[in-house]
Write a protein of this length. Structure first.
Lengths: 234, 679
């Protein structure tokens, strides 16, 4: 489909922010960067002149328009707007730069050390990344690696066979909960398996699911909630 | 020269994406779609034919639009290709859960007595009868020679014997005695009714009696069977005996019967689900040569099996088949086959234009419905820069209106699939009253339903009955009289199907009760076929919405239409005409007869010739039904829209009825002669 130009006309705040983040090729922006980059049209939606607002006032005015996945994060003197969960941002960052040392990563990403440590441990446990201890002259360092072509397909198939028992399908929320992978990793994996014809994703009836089960299913690009996964094995 | 989009938009083969009815062939079957599932099903059917006593079942799971109803239609086609050696039936969701076996057997008889070809009212029951006669004659050397001309042509056999009643009766009596001798456990009444069905004069009462309707002593005497009014328990017991006998007969003839249970999502209460369990227990434990297939959405089955007897879930679930999405080749086949039906001469150019656009905008393994919906979206877009133009999403009212029109016309074109059913009429009326926010009470009484509507302290009682039994009808009138006496100033309607008799001259007591009912201010409402089709269409639409089968595209994605949206549509007086007249308006009871007389004035051949002349002077030989009605009038043939749909439905080998945004399209298939209604 066509890409709408940023004009502020007929676009939601979410549309505008998505295009801004995409343009900057980043998943986080400081509030100051954000204020500078926002198009004029956004002021009509917020009801304020952005330049006249201080950071706190700006955050307060934009907060009601932010989607669930967005959050505000502080590091040092700077305040950031993140467009995805921390885990997803870190994994995407590592994937682009692998191998990367934990020290470098910590320096550039807008997260506290504790948050980074927790996330890295979770990612390592899930198998999404691998940690390597590297001996240095005075000390040790930790390198983080993401396999260039990790065989997610194999992992998903293994989980699929365990969960499905005597059925020919699994419920996507069960698969997601079993694998416990970061959301964007799981989503991009099943999307890629679907695109290549390895799996078929079916919509089914969302009304039968609980709210949590719906959240853990998969929303496709046409906004159809996919609930069942069949292994077609192309 | 019009662009491909303009041509397709004018006569859009993709405007409807649901298979209307397994007995209706709108578009050719694409054998590769869910081909593996179909092969599995036919393998099990063959197994059942060879092992009639093995209690096997099949569970077919598929999401909305995955082709469940299409698979049922395909199974019917498969049965047809076996010359109905494998018998076909489809059972709608049960409403009265207290009578599961009657519901089951009624559904079986509805399908077994559905005309198979328009040339002659040949049915699957005729097929059973012919098989018995064939077996009998095969053992009698002296008859073999005389039977030779009919050997491979049962239709010619029945046509011939319809004019030779005496010989037929002698033959039938001999075969009947012979089969009872061969199958000692068979129910004698059942076998007698099967033979009576093969007599054109007794066909109608025999069919009704098989379906569980005890008419009156006159019909019983015609059929030469004892007359007895049955209690609910007795009727249930009789249906069980008939079902077992049917199984015994099919086993003896090395045939089998497929029972497709569709729209099971409508069995919303544990009682309804248990009733479904009881039907299957009866099939598995006490019948032979009967193979049940349950069609259901995947996740519903997981919920459903919790309420079913383990033996039933094990046997139904032992053969599970999942319906899957389409490959790229299948996407192309769907598009090509639909375009070919409407544009037989220029399909290639249109398919070449449409296929790449659909393929590039659809995900992997789409369901057949997703393919059709995407094709429709592309056709409906404003111009060639379709990717940049947002088409407005349809409103729920638009989606429901289109589904409603499709449902109504399809039912009207094949009313044989919708025999008179007071439970379905009641259910439709309840949906209607709920939508109009009318305050009403529902009461189930023996063989009838009572709805009492209260409006501005006035009450109206509607007695709904489709039983053709004199005492049931008389009891309805008595009930009405009582209501009118106890509620002075209030009104009462007796509502029935146009195919049901209200009374016979010989029913003296019933006539007296009818007179008393009319004298007390009661009204008899017997709508026309077009009007009664509205009741069944509303009931059917409600079931489809429960099933999640009517979907709407919204900004947030595709979702099922809800019951509340249906109520809003039906509740809108401008969008949906009332099912019942404004009480106490005068009910036009005589109108139906007038139309019947006018219809008889023009022969079928004359109508066929005129329709052909009109359609063949039009591009693609098709026309919107409402415009065709006008053209017919200009050519001296007066027909209403409903009558045209009924007529084309009865001559389905000559005409196809296709749903369209503005109502149905009529397509001429060929200029060949049509066949007469009766032999």
């Amino acid at each position: 489909m066509n890409t709408k130009e940023i004009s502020g006309m007929d676009l939601t705040v979410q549309d505008i922010l998505t295009q801004l983040f995409d343009k900057q090729k980043r998943d986080y922006l400081t509030i100051t960067q954000l204020k500078k980059s926002l198009p004029k049209g956004v002021e009509r939606i917020l009801g304020h002149q952005v330049k006249k607002l201080n950071n706190k006032e700006f955050i307060d005015s934009i907060k009601p328009f932010l989607p669930n996945t967005y959050s505000i994060q502080k590091k040092g003197n700077r305040t950031y707007l993140l467009r995805a969960p921390i885990q997803d941002i870190i994994l995407a960052y590592i994937a682009q730069r692998s191998p990367i040392s934990i020290r470098n990563m910590s320096k550039y990403l807008p997260f506290q050390k504790g948050e980074i440590a927790d996330t890295i441990n979770t990612l390592a446990r899930s198998g999404a990344i691998e940690l390597q201890i590297v001996a240095q002259s005075k000390d040790f360092n930790v390198q983080i690696l993401v396999h260039e072509n990790p065989d997610f397909s194999l992992e998903i198939k293994k989980a699929y066979d365990i969960i499905r028992r005597d059925r020919n399908y699994v419920k996507i929320y069960e698969l997601r909960r079993y694998l416990k992978w970061p959301k964007n990793v799981f989503d991009s994996c099943i999307q890629s398996l679907w695109d290549t014809g390895v799996v078929e994703l079916q919509a089914s009836d969302p009304q039968i699911l609980t709210e949590d089960q719906r959240i853990d299913s998969y929303m496709d690009t046409n906004h159809t909630l996919r609930i069942l996964l069949f292994w077609r094995g192309a | 020269m019009k662009s491909p989009r303009e041509l397709l938009r004018e006569n859009n083969p993709f405007s409807s994406h649901s298979q209307p009815d397994p007995w209706v062939n709108q578009f050719p079957t694409i054998s590769s779609i869910n081909g593996d599932a179909f092969i599995t099903i036919t393998r099990i059917i063959s197994y059942k034919q060879k092992n009639p006593h093995d209690p096997v079942g099949i569970l077919v799971k598929g999401e909305a639009g995955s082709g469940k109803t299409n698979m049922i239609a395909r199974i019917r086609e498969y049965c047809e290709n076996t010359s109905f050696e494998v018998k076909f039936s489809m059972i709608r969701p049960i409403i009265n859960y207290n009578t599961p076996i009657q519901h089951l057997f009624h559904g079986i008889i509805t399908n077994l007595s559905h005309p198979l070809r328009e040339s002659f009212k040949f049915t699957q029951i005729h097929g059973i009868l012919f098989s018995m006669i064939y077996e009998f004659i095969d053992q009698k050397e002296e008859y073999r020679q005389a039977f030779q001309p009919f050997k491979d042509n049962p239709e010619t056999f029945f046509r011939y014997f319809s004019d030779h009643g005496k010989e037929r009766n002698i033959l039938y009596n001999q075969v009947q005695s012979w089969i009872v001798d061969k199958i000692p456990d068979i129910n004698h009444l059942f076998i007698k009714l099967i033979f009576a069905f093969g007599d054109p004069d007794l066909n109608y009462p025999a069919r009704n009696r098989l379906a569980g309707e005890v008419a009156d002593p006159e019909d019983a005497s015609l059929l030469n069977i004892p007359f007895k009014e049955l209690s609910e328990a007795e009727a249930e017991d009789e249906a069980s005996k008939f079902l077992k006998s049917l199984g015994l007969l099919l086993t003896y003839l090395h045939q089998c019967l497929i029972i497709c249970f569709d729209q099971l999502e409508n069995l919303s209460t544990p009682e309804h689900q248990r009733a479904f369990g009881l039907m299957n227990q009866m099939i598995f434990n006490e019948s032979s040569a009967i193979l049940p297939l349950a069609f259901m959405r995947t996740l519903y089955w997981e919920k459903f099996e919790e309420n079913l007897d383990r033996a039933v879930t094990d046997r139904l679930g032992m053969n599970q088949v999942d319906l899957l999405g389409c490959s790229q080749e299948q996407i192309q086949e769907i598009i090509t086959s639909r375009i070919k039906v409407v544009f037989p001469d220029m399909w290639e150019m249109l398919a070449d234009w449409l296929i790449p656009k659909v393929v590039s905008s659809i995900g992997k393994y789409p369901s057949p419905r997703e393919v059709i919906r995407t094709a429709n979206t592309i056709i409906m877009m404003i111009d060639e820069k379709w990717a940049e133009v947002d088409i407005p999403f349809p409103s729920p009212d638009e989606v429901i209106r289109s589904a409603w029109m499709l449902e109504h016309d399809q039912i009207l074109s094949d009313l044989d699939s919708w025999p008179p059913d007071y439970e379905q009429i009641t259910s439709a009326l309840q949906t209607f009253l709920k939508s109009r926010r009318a305050e009403y009470a529902w009461k189930k009484e023996s063989r009838k339903n009572i709805l009492t509507i209260t409006h501005n302290s006035k009450r109206c009682c509607i007695i709904i009955n489709t039983n053709r039994n004199h005492s049931a009808i008389g009891a309805g009138f008595t009930r009405g009289v009582k209501f009118l006496q106890n509620n002075p100033g209030c009104s009462c309607l007796y509502l029935t199907d146009p195919r049901c008799i209200v009374t016979k001259p010989t029913w003296i007591q019933t006539n007296q009760k009818r007179e008393a009912f009319l004298a007390a201010g009661g009204q008899i409402m017997q709508p026309s076929e077009g009007e009664i089709a509205r009741f069944y269409a509303l009931y059917s639409l409600f079931c489809k919405i429960t099933e999640g089968d009517i979907q709407i595209e919204t900004k947030q994605g595709i979702r099922p239409i809800t019951h509340n949206e249906l109520h809003a549509y039906v509740g809108n007086k401008e969008a949906f005409r009332s099912l019942v007249p404004v009480i106490p308006a005068i009910v036009p009871t005589g109108e139906k007869n007038k139309r019947d007389i006018s219809k008889r004035e023009v022969s079928d051949e004359a109508v066929h010739t005129t329709i052909c002349n009109i359609l063949y002077s039009h591009p693609m030989h098709l026309m919107r039904a409402d415009l065709l009605v006008k053209s017919l009038q200009e050519n001296g043939i007066s027909m209403t829209y409903d009558e045209l749909i009924i007529w084309c439905g009865k001559h389905s080998t000559a005409y196809t009825i296709l749903p369209n945004q503005q109502g149905s399209l009529i397509i001429a298939k060929g200029k060949g002669p049509i066949c007469r209604d009766s032999p």
